[in-house]
Design a protein around this ligand. Structure first.
Ligand code: MG
Length: 373
């Protein structure tokens, strides 16, 4: 099988709640997502998606994803989409870095591998574990009282894991964490995610102030070294996210005892092939994971579900159903949240079928396809 064409489509994903705010005054109200179709000489098409969390979260942005895909696509024509390791080597030789550019292409090739083999991606990645996976709900940055109130709102939707967006003024953040913790029921899990927003000294202050609160601290500061200093100071369970951008950082973090949990985002590490490699290493080393992506719609949510659902339960800290945060559905068969949980499709590949009318005309169209009969 050979790649004969790569097409990409742009789709806007507005948020159900209007906007999403996190550290550093960052906010997004409309997500700009890119859907990629990898077409083959067999007539089968695989589907992927990439959706950065705006331009200020990671070194990634939506138009950059499309520029990169347009740059890379001509060099992938004729390649075997089922030889995933070799395909990733080819992408890395053709373009240094820019893992998020490669993510949707790699994802689409996993979809193809599943379609050709007649198996769901979760089966190819180790098999569905249990009936479904637990989801977390991100709580957009607001006042302490407003954020605490959301715990009850989201618990009614079935969520039991809550991720507070902190990383602002340390006194306000201490109040946010304490107010939210006061709303917890037995079995709930609370994470305070600073998204790199605290200076080291502010992070140490917050960590001290919440020493007796049942809360995880996530990515307090910008650099790995700053996070490590906070980690060595605090007694709270610790999550690294933004700085874990590849397998090297996992190895380094494990050697330094720098974290208990990592946040594994598919596009941050360059796609499902690399994410699976990191997932399997973390399982072997006893590091639990939140398995998700930077953001996304139906296709990314499906990819997350397959990777998460094939992960041993005790190492799956949580996962995310991004498609329920938005108002636009564009693929049939995507996972739907049920009681705060979701499951990966048992259909071949990612198990999704894009609604082509919603995707519109391709914004990137590279390669050839059979003439219409
Ligand atoms: Mg995070």
């Amino acid at each position: 099988m050979k790649i004969s064409a790569i097409r990409a489509y742009q789709i806007d994903l507005p948020l159900r709640e209007g906007s999403y705010k996190w550290s550093g005054g960052n906010s997004v109200s409309m997500f700009d997502s890119t859907v990629v179709g990898v077409e083959t000489d067999s007539g089968l098409t695989g589907w992927g998606e990439v959706c950065p969390l705006g331009p200020a979260y990671l070194p990634a942005y939506a138009r950059g994803a499309r520029a990169g895909i347009a740059e890379l696509a001509p060099q992938l024509l004729g390649a075997d989409p089922l030889a995933l390791n070799e395909l990733n080597e080819l992408m890395d030789r053709a373009m240094r870095g820019h893992p998020y550019v490669k993510s949707a292409i790699d994802m689409a090739c996993w979809d193809l591998l599943g379609k050709v083999s007649g198996l769901p991606v979760a089966t190819l990645m180790g098999g569905h574990v249990g009936a479904d996976v637990a989801l977390y709900r991100a709580i957009s940055q607001e006042s302490p009282a407003q954020m605490a109130k959301k715990i009850g709102v989201y618990r009614k939707e079935g969520y039991r894991k809550f991720q507070l967006k902190v990383g602002g003024d340390p006194d306000t953040d201490i109040a946010r964490i304490k107010a939210a913790a006061a709303e917890l029921s037995t079995g709930d899990v609370l994470v305070a995610d600073a998204n790199t927003g605290w200076t080291q000294h502010a992070a140490v202050r917050v960590a001290d102030a919440v020493r007796d609160v049942d809360v995880y601290l996530e990515q307090p500061c910008m650099t790995y070294e700053q996070c490590l200093a906070v980690r060595r100071h605090t007694n709270r369970p610790f999550v690294l996210d933004e700085v874990v951008d590849g397998i090297d950082m996992v190895v380094r973090g494990v050697a330094d005892h720098a974290m208990d949990v990592i946040n594994l985002k598919i596009s941050k590490v360059g796609g499902l092939t690399r994410a699976r490699q990191i997932r399997d290493l973390c399982v072997s080393l006893g590091i639990a994971m939140t398995i998700e992506d930077t953001w996304g719609g139906d296709i990314i949510t499906a990819a997350i579900a397959h990777l998460a659902h094939s992960t041993p339960e005790r190492f799956l800290f949580s996962s995310t159903d991004f498609n329920s945060y938005g108002t636009v559905a564009f693929a049939d068969g995507a996972p739907q949240r049920h009681k705060g949980r979701m499951s990966a499709s048992t259909d071949p590949g990612l198990g999704i079928r894009p609604q082509m009318k919603k995707l519109g005309k391709p914004v990137i169209d590279i390669g050839t396809r059979p003439a219409k009969k």
